[in-house]
Design a protein around this ligand. Sequence first.
Ligand SMILES: *Cc1c(COP(=O)(O)O)cnc(C)c1O
Length: 461
Amino acid sequence: MKSERVPSRIYLSEREIPKKWYNVLADLKEKPLPPLDPQTHQPIAPEKLAAIFPNKVIEQEVSQEKFIKIPPEVLKIYLKWRPTPLVRAKGLEELLETPAHIYYKNESVSPSGSHKPNTAVAQAYYNKMEGVKRLATETGAGQWGSALAMACNYFGLGCKVFMVKSSFEQKPYRKAMMQLWGAEVTASPSEETTAGKGILADHPDSPGSLGIAISEAVEVAASDPETKYSLGSVLNHVLLHQTIIGEEALKQLERVDEFPDILIGCVGGGSNFGGFALPFIREKLEDNPRAKKMRIVAVEPSACPTMTKGVFTYDYGDTAGLTPLLSMHSLGHGFIPPAIHAGGLRYHGVAPLISTLINIGIIQPVAYSQNEVFDAALKFAKSEGIIPAPESSHAIRAAIDEALRAKSEGKKEVIAFNLSGHGHFDMSAYDDYLQGRLADSTINEEDLQRNLEQLRHQGVS
Ligand SMILES: *Cc1c(COP(=O)(O)O)cnc(C)c1O
């Protein structure tokens, strides 16, 4: 392959860090439907959210302002690892012998190993400013719990984490990481909450789910005036905080005079994908000619096919039905996905913003099975050296398939994906894969259909 004088890693200096988050709500003609009160099924009053969220966060959740200034205290912490590098995946290009240019934004360089601190730091800051003493949250694979534990530690806040039991058992080092930063970690479902006790009474061996853990954390926050709740994905303000990723990536690609033909990210609740893609989507919404043919691909596991098989309707964000009803693609709040290794992608719903963008045809969702994803992870680890998170490996799978398609069509396309995190705490999953023990956990189709049917008749739409 002809060598080109394109740098492998494109850095921005500290001074070039973007100073504003981008709020896509300002540019969307078709806005997501508002969240509904779980009791009255009417649009929820902001005061009701104040029991669990700080005012600034509620304000950002509904803001129509196009750009929102990043507080200097938050920027100061971002600068501990940001701007993150944008990397030209030359090793992967060579392995695939593709004419495509593949770039990845490396969010794995944060102290907790993923993109999640981008919002954790902002949320901890706003809570601290409003006199909150402790944050309660849930965590699936442990990435969000680690990020929030780290952020709370910076601002001297307490942190209570309900960790999905299957991950609690599979990932003892994630638990230790959270504890090291001062968090209190409990396996969910637990006996500490009404929601947890209810699940355990019916399913004593429940592996837990994000939906259940959210119920527990929300319950704790709602019943303690000094504790608020913090969510690591799905909501508008979380996607807003994550746009620092895409704002940096835009600048970095400009530096090498490139613009993506294909943009790719993995989706659990949609925050890393949204954070990466939304600034590029702005270019599309503003009819910028260079963004016209850009395709935007959102990747999920076929074991939790929210975007590709879910119903678009109002559903609860948690299992117990305590959260506001969100307008989104959902598999049903009672659906418990199989215990795949990409724990961060095991969520029954998705961000209302992402659902809206799917509905208006801007985002194209795809699903891959676990073994296809690990095959891609291995190719990436061998050619680029980084061991990716199983979640991020979904994006890698799609990037590889797009690069191979570009090769068969002889097209020199530009492919950019978000590497949402590293897989250093996922080595038992890699061990299983290497030993040929990794199952393609399929979903219980009957269970899924029952949940989808229930969702269609839930009576809120
Ligand atoms: C949490 C997590 C995800 C999924 O969450 P999103 O909100 O969809 O980004 C993806 N990758 C990694 C590494 C994560 O930690």
